[in-house]
Design a protein around this ligand. Structure first.
Ligand SMILES: [Zn+2]
Length: 173
């Protein structure tokens, strides 16, 4: 039954190496050890284990978040020192960076004062395609630092917790 027949259909002269590596690498089984057997589990001691389990989970998540942060940061490093062709494109890029970071609970770190900030591009006299600025609130005043014509090198930090419990005014834009 298990007699291997060599397939004669492949002429060896064709210099086109198609994917050979995909064959026979079945060792990467995804970890799907779902606890799908409810009969097996013992439901006791949930409450005493709960606190430690959450702590473990938080530690693990912190680790993951840190590596996500570093991964994003190293990708963004490739953009440093560049301009993207026009004011609109620079603004678009800054906006994309911000929404990407915001989605992961991150901010950029201002290169002048170190506060968490939002990267923006503002029109500015003398800088044709706009200035990359760090937008942040320092001592309850909205402040812009930076102002170069190219994307600065970005360091990422965790997004700070909101400090205004009763924000009546909502900044648009
Ligand atoms: Zn600053």
């Amino acid at each position: 039954m298990s007699h291997p027949d060599p397939p004669p259909s492949q002429p060896p002269q064709e210099g086109e190496p198609s994917k050979e590596g995909e064959h026979g690498s079945d060792q990467m089984t995804p970890e799907t050890e779902a606890t799908s057997s409810p009969i097996d589990g013992s439901p006791a001691e949930d409450e005493t284990l709960g606190g430690a389990a959450i702590e473990d989970l938080e530690r693990e998540l912190n680790r993951l978040q840190r590596s996500i942060r570093l991964a994003i940061q190293s990708h963004l490093q490739k953009l440093a020192g560049r301009s993207f062709g026009s004011l609109e494109q620079n603004q678009q890029m800054a906006q994309s960076v911000h929404s990407l970071l915001d989605g992961h609970g991150l901010r950029v770190r201002c290169c002048e004062c170190g506060h968490p900030a939002i990267l923006r591009v503002s029109p500015r006299a003398g800088i044709e395609h706009g200035a990359f600025v760090f937008d942040h609130t320092i001592e309850s005043r909205r402040t812009f630092h930076g102002g170069r014509s190219v994307m600065p090198e970005l360091r990422l930090v965790a997004k700070p917790a909101r400090k205004k419990p009763s924000a009546g005014k909502k900044a648009a834009g």
